[in-house]
Design a protein around this ligand. Sequence first.
Ligand code: MIC
Ligand code: SF4
Length: 643
Amino acid sequence: MGYTIAQKIIKEHLVCGEMTVGSDVGLRIDQTLTQDATGTMAYIEYEAMGIPRVKTEKSVAYIDHNTLQTGFENADDHRFIQSVCKKHGIFFSRPGNGICHQVHLERFGKPGKTLIGSDSHTPTGGGIGMLAIGAGGLDVAVAMGGGAYYITMPKMVRVNLSGKLSPWVSAKDIILAVLRVMSVKGGVGKIVEYGGEGVKTLTVPERATITNMGAELGATTSVFPSDEITREFLKAQDREEDYTELKADDDAVYDEVIEINLSELEPLAACPHSPDNVKPISELAGQKIDQVCIGSCTNSSYLDMMRVAHILKGKKVADNVSLAIAPGSKQVFNMLALNGALGDMIAAGARILESACGPCIGMGQSPNSGGISLRTFNRNFEGRSGTADGQIYLVSPETAAVSALSGVFTDPRTLGDAADIELPEKFLINDNMVIAPAPVEEMDSVEILRGPNIKEYPKTSPLTDSIEASCSLKVGDNITTDHIMPAGAKILPLRSNIPKISEHCFTVCDKEFPQRAKALGKSIIVGGENYGQGSSREHAALAPLYLGVKAVLVKSFARIHKSNLINAGILPLTFQNAADYDKIKLGDILELPNVKSEIASASAVTVVNKTTGETIMADCELSDRTRAIIIAGGLLDYTKENS
Ligand code: MIC
Ligand code: SF4
């Protein structure tokens, strides 16, 4: 039996475990990336491990999220990360150099290598055939120290692409079509692999748009083959030597196959408030809009930007629309500046932003009250834009640009012939905003610059024999990490300060939650399906930990959040019988009388609702390793115990 692309990379990097679906496998990690909003915590954790130099082939720290410096906090955190990088052997990508995933794809990613990143959109690297996975900061810290990264061996999904995109239909429409089929939880426990004749029609940046937004399927990662198109891209980035061919064996076996005929696709939009709420643009056409934002790690490549500039050239943005554009990297920005495309955007009335995440994470450009905003981003969760009742639609750059000019939802196909824009033979190479670490012999003299915003990792404690705690919050299905630990310009600067950031925990759902949980001292959260979907932010586990949350009891979990809970020593429990969800109310007192022995013996966990007298059975799906982590009180304690 042959192997899929992902299985080949896993096999090559396997340090322990069996490659059978559902079992835990440990992988050797070649490259890591962090961004600043998760990075400070990851580097605090790395320092706590006491390993002088990173052991990966390449580790890069990007500053791209917290770039609005409205107080000392972000600048202090950037300085801290820069000093850690210099000392410990990590490359530092300065603010302004671009969004981590875009820059990593351009300058560092290599086919066939493993990459983990403290950001859920790390699978962007799958666009050049990497096994690139989003993880919590602590997992990235461990990998930098040479430790394995553990995943549950996923099922394999093959998406067969046939045909060729029609003019004005774009890579974004492909991933929206996949989301329409699979939904935001359809990818949990799976790797999505693209194949078929249609693959040859897609450039690397287009493939990367698709693997990037595979995160919204809940998938472990997504991957494309590495072929002649990959070689051409790497050659244009002046690193052809990084190329290796990668393809699935002809007799590779997939658990699921999805057919997408590119020729049949039309421009699509993900409507509020979920990336899988997909409708054709033709159905929305004519509705008035207020804002358009073009950029983010999904759609800010040179190709995307050139297509947008071409549409805007010689035209004017509609009076009712505010258009913001953020090129994804300094490379893209600089090329647009030199070839005149930037001038076309400015002339049309676009507001040009720095190369960073910006509006995608609520760092500025929040829309007006109830405003309709078309964005080329990957997430449209409620409130994420910074405007509680903002109506965010996720669309392709082409749809976004055309609609910015008309002031209403517009199907770009109405524009007539599309321009044939191709990738350049050579990108502009200038890595002067990537700072190399100090040589080993100088590392001892590098001082770590810690600002007052940086506070310690919250206190953890080993699992107790029993737990008695109240239900401090009850939430429904598809709770995102943006609900649990909101981001945005006001809250993101607190990422290094868990006591302060925890004051905002779950306030999107319930303003009283932080005070209530703190007053209770110990508590349990109850939720529905796909709990914790979205980002990799471990703050969505660390803030609850700080507030005394001992367990989260839900119908099902999203992958990264579940592992962040385990790393923080919080019990991830699932109802054996989903209907038991109705048997717990806010304020009920719950007792887990034998929790430690049940966890230790891999048995079901008994939950007694002392308020109603009913008993509920819960599962706690753990491997031997994660069981030991939970018992120790989290990954840091486990690592200390085992080193
Ligand atoms: C996001 O898109 O939600 C983020 C902000 O990039 C997060 C990381 C974070 O919260 O810092 C992610 O995707 O992991
Ligand atoms: Fe940044 Fe948005 Fe991409 Fe997250 S999804 S890394 S916030 S651009």
